[in-house]
Ligand binder design. Structure first.
Ligand SMILES: Cc1cc2nc3c(=O)[nH]c(=O)nc-3n(C[C@H](O)[C@H](O)[C@H](O)COP(=O)(O)OP(=O)(O)OC[C@H]3O[C@@H](n4cnc5c(N)ncnc54)[C@H](O)[C@@H]3O)c2cc1C
Length: 469
């Protein structure tokens, strides 16, 4: 950033309505902060947009001054890709309106929405859009990279339910993209990340969802975890799509009423099973029972919970913003006994806070052909993720080293699938895998060359434009 920062800011103010924040402002740190407290990136200008016009003005300003911007939706990207280092950040966090058309089951969400905004608006109409599992996550980054969570086995990914968008392109135009209008771009936006422009509005198809869902939880002692995981993975392929289940190896079991008091704060396994349908369906309770009778649970419970204000907020407290987070993700199809044995050993080697998640996928996600959307890594049964955290910066290097070592020791079983949205700062060599392999990546490169030939939007899991496309 040149030393003329003040002059640049003054120039931007002439065309931009929203607040502009620079390091001189006393509130800069608050505005700059993203979810992961380990992220040190410090933009010179944070332009907080109020509408699509502001986004277009910020893009035009960036072009004029050759400032490739970062784009911030919810600020949840683990590697801090929402923030520029010393340059321009186009921040949509003030753009969080959601409107629901219940008759058409259509949801419009502005580009800075969090999942909580969308869930709260849709719940009023008995609807839901499939998204992630932590309510503070941004709908923008999540959807553009794929978007998987509790409803995915039944209703597929967020990107599969995306019908159209309003987008500001690298040359400053505001366009609509859908399957009819710019179909190549629409294909790329369903999984190709923030590579093609700034999305100012997402339009989703929503699904009917009962006000309360049946959810079951099983608690397992650390010593019983390997047996339970093996049993759970064996039962998993036969489960119907209406059943969603995750296994979570917790470093410290929560002090919830169904967890035996002697296990509060101790290492243990939680298996969660959700019936994504009417709780009075005949199949609901037996299916939950099938999942929770895996292995030897020391406690189990089944209850009903609202989706938006219950299930979608269930693990929020464990992922509060500001801690130092390091994640490492992989997609898997098999967890044989040897892999589970190593996983459980590795779990004991990690003495920091957090969890290892095995999120159940497959179902509706896997039924969509690989080439139908840019999100191509869809034929895996599970997303496997180390989500670890601590507070002390002095522990960064050793904790990261230990997580990597455990992850590396599992490599024989991990394969190549990885989620673009979870690519960490040290995984830039995995971008092609994250976008589904060389063929899919090349196709994305051709779309990139059409809509952003100079790679203006490059502070992301970047796709290089394919020349001559
Ligand atoms: C605690 C936690 C839980 C998570 N759980 C899930 C989960 O259950 N399922 C899942 O699928 N993912 C999950 N993720 C990953 C999540 O999808 C990514 O972190 C995603 O990047 C978050 O989106 P965001 O808008 O908050 O990102 P930001 O950090 O704001 O931005 C990340 C990138 O997204 C792009 N971007 C953001 N906004 C826009 C926009 N309006 N237009 C164009 N590009 C934009 C930019 O390229 C930017 O670099 C989780 C992440 C965290 C931290």
């Amino acid at each position: 950033m040149p030393s003329t920062a003040d002059a640049l800011t003054t120039e931007l103010r002439a065309s931009f309505k929203g607040p502009i924040t620079t390091p001189q402002d006393p509130w800069y740190e608050e505005v700059r902060a993203v979810w992961n407290g380990m992220v040190e990136r410090r933009p010179a200008i944070i332009a907080r947009c109020t509408d699509a016009e502001d986004v277009a003005a910020a893009v035009a300003f960036g072009r004029t001054h050759d400032l490739a911007p970062s784009v911030r939706g919810g600020g949840h990207n683990v590697a801090g890709r929402a923030l520029s280092t010393g340059g321009l950040t186009i921040d949509l966090s003030l753009m969080r309106d959601v409107t629901v058309d219940p008759a058409r089951q259509l949801v419009r969400a502005q580009g800075g929405c969090r999942l909580a905004d969308v869930d709260a608006a849709t719940a009023r109409h008995g609807l839901a859009v499939p998204a992630g599992i932590v309510s503070e996550t941004g709908i923008a980054g999540l959807t553009l990279g794929g978007g998987g969570g509790w409803l995915s086995r039944t209703y597929a990914m967020s990107c599969d339910n995306l019908q159209s968008v309003e987008l500001v392109t690298a040359d400053g135009q505001t366009i609509d993209a859908s399957d009819e209008n710019h179909p190549d771009l629409m294909w790329g936006l369903r999984g190709g990340g923030g590579n093609f422009g700034v999305v100012t509005e997402f339009r989703f198809r929503a699904h009917d969802l009962p006000p309360e869902l049946l959810v079951g939880m099983g608690v397992y002692r650390a010593d019983d975890t390997a047996e339970a995981l093996l049993d759970w993975t064996e039962r998993y392929p036969d489960l119907p799509e209406v059943l969603s289940t995750h296994a979570i190896l917790k470093q410290a079991l929560p002090a919830l009423p169904f967890v035996p008091p002697e296990l509060h704060g101790r290492r243990g396994l939680l298996i969660v099973a959700l019936y994504v349908g009417d709780r009075s369906d005949k199949a609901a309770e037996p299916l939950i029972d099938t999942v929770l009778s895996a292995g030897k649970p020391c406690a189990r419970t089944a209850t009903t919970m609202p989706f938006a204000f219950g299930i979608q907020r269930f693990i929020d407290a464990d992922f509060a913003p500001g801690a130092r987070y390091y994640t490492k993700e992989a997609h898997i199809n098999e967890l044989p006994e040897a892999a589970i044995g190593r996983l459980v050993e590795g779990w004991h080697e990690l003495d920091m806070d957090g969890e290892i998640e095995i999120m159940g996928m497959g179902g509706a996600v896997a039924r969509i052909p690989k080439d139908a959307t840019a999100f191509a890594n869809r034929h895996h049964l599970w997303w496997f993720n180390f989500a670890m955290k601590w507070q002390d910066p002095a522990q960064d290097a050793s904790n990261i080293g230990r997580i990597r070592a455990v992850h590396d020791s599992l490599k024989p079983w991990l394969g190549t699938g990885i989620y673009a949205n979870m690519l960490n700062f040290d995984e830039t060599d995995r971008v092609v895998d994250a976008y589904g392999g060389p063929e899919n990546y090349q196709r994305l490169g051709r779309v990139k060359a059409t809509y952003d030939p100079s790679n203006f939007f490059r502070i992301n899991a970047n796709i290089i434009p394919v020349p001559g496309a």
